[in-house]
Design a protein around this ligand. Structure first.
Ligand code: FES
Ligand code: FES
Length: 190
């Protein structure tokens, strides 16, 4: 028996998003907003958001990388700000709002980010890309927009394990370099 599978299964209805299964040991009913839709699922309070997304809602854009909050591969928006889905547990999500790459990729706000990554060769193996787009989209829509140097510092939690940062940094320069004069920051070359 695969011990990673839910022990006993039933199906909950959600408003617009198909739910898979619940564990027999469920202890709470989580109700939250997911990608703009009300969803609910019965689960243990310590079930991680990353597990809920991938195994119950089949939203697999958020990737399991380090699973300890260091790589950013699982990044989502939690109440409108970037957060690592591997560090958020069900009890923290009650009544809250989450957006994943599956929603953000359709949002016009992500278009400049996707275009820059594409044009600059910033999309490589792809494991880190969803988290990068999630975080860069949030940074790019901030007002005032951060400088390249500030954006680069804030992206320190998004790792590319193949170390191909050249294309990603070129894309970030296109997205944030215009802000250099406003802050006095100077973009570094890759
Ligand atoms: S898998 Fe969540 S930060 Fe690495
Ligand atoms: S392109 Fe990000 S991990 Fe390889």
């Amino acid at each position: 028996m695969n011990t990673h599978e839910p022990a006993a299964l039933c199906v909950l209805t959600t408003d617009g998003i198909e739910t898979n299964a619940l564990t027999e040991a469920a202890e709470m009913v989580l109700r939250m907003q997911l990608n703009g839709q009300a969803v609910s699922v019965r689960c243990r309070p310590d079930t991680r958001l990353l597990t809920l997304l991938r195994e119950y809602w089949h939203l697999v854009g958020a990737k399991p990388g380090c699973e300890v909050g260091r790589c950013g591969a699982c990044m989502v928006w939690f109440n409108g700000a970037p957060a690592n889905a591997c560090l958020l547990m069900a009890y923290q999500l009650q009544g809250q709002s989450v957006r994943t790459i599956e929603s953000l990729r359709e949002d016009p706000a992500s278009a400049p980010v996707k275009d820059a990554l594409d044009a600059c060769g910033g999309v490589q193996c792809g494991y880190c890309t969803a988290g990068m787009v999630v975080h860069l989209t949030w940074l790019h829509q901030q007002s005032p927009r951060p400088s390249f140097a500030d954006a680069e510092a804030m992206m320190c939690g998004n790792l590319c394990r193949c170390t191909g940062y050249g294309g990603i940094r070129r894309a970030m320069r296109e997205l944030f370099e215009d802000n250099r004069s406003a802050t006095g920051a100077t973009a570094r070359t890759s």
